[in-house]
Design a binder for this molecule. Sequence first.
Ligand SMILES: CC(C)(COP(=O)(O)OP(=O)(O)OC[C@H]1O[C@@H](n2cnc3c(N)ncnc32)[C@H](O)[C@@H]1OP(=O)(O)O)[C@@H](O)C(=O)NCCC(=O)NCCS
Length: 233
Amino acid sequence: METKEVDVDAGRPQPQAIRGMEPQDIAQLVNIEREAFPTQWPPTPFRQDLRNRMARYLVSWHADRLYEPPAQPPLPPPTPNIILRWARVVVDKFTAPPAPEEPTELISGYVGVWLIAGEAHITSIAVAERFKGSGLGELLVLGALEMALDRDCTVCTLEVRVSNTVAQNLYTKWGFEIQGVRKAYYMDNREDAYIMTTPSFSTDAYQDLFHQRRNAFEARYGPVPRDFGLAPS
Ligand SMILES: CC(C)(COP(=O)(O)OP(=O)(O)OC[C@H]1O[C@@H](n2cnc3c(N)ncnc32)[C@H](O)[C@@H]1OP(=O)(O)O)[C@@H](O)C(=O)NCCC(=O)NCCS
């Protein structure tokens, strides 16, 4: 049977292990996104989103580890349509960010959040394959919720594939509930999405759940900073 090696020590969240995305992180985020969502194209325009006042990204990072660019960055996934395949190769060649010139910290995951009209929307979350199962997904959801609470949002919402039970477990743990279905939401296989939303942040019940979960997370993985170094929105 094939066994999966989990780099537990490297994945264990440490104090200060979450912060806002910086331009030098983008090459690593592109690779994590390609690995996590192999059928998603075009890629997320991380660079443009850095200038977008509504978009915020948090990354989990490792102060004691440096990023080593892969000799061969992951290629876009194959597609049966040859014209689309070549278009992808060309577009990716010209849009993929180069690996940072200076040594930079290792990034293991990211979460993207849009803050619009008092609501937070988690647009994407992914942890690099070799770091999965060591609390980083949870750290990123915690960070996204903390940021939303901090900015006086009323709720947080997201879409998730109906087949993605791993992500649904994660969101349920942090109080998200299924509120509806978006039919054929995903373009690659026309899979439905569940809409998952937290209860109103202003309710005592949600405040209690959030603080309970935060305390349990810190007891299990160590302290999480309150300030992620993000510019105010
Ligand atoms: C979803 C994802 C971000 C979770 O990240 P992770 O770092 O592996 O998750 P964590 O270790 O923080 O686990 C947090 C919770 O998620 C759930 N979970 C994680 N791995 C799981 C698994 N293999 N099976 C079932 N539930 C799982 C559990 O509820 C877990 O809590 P627990 O440790 O108390 O059981 C990660 O699997 C990923 O990147 N997936 C690919 C991209 C993706 O699907 N993104 C979501 C798009 S909506």
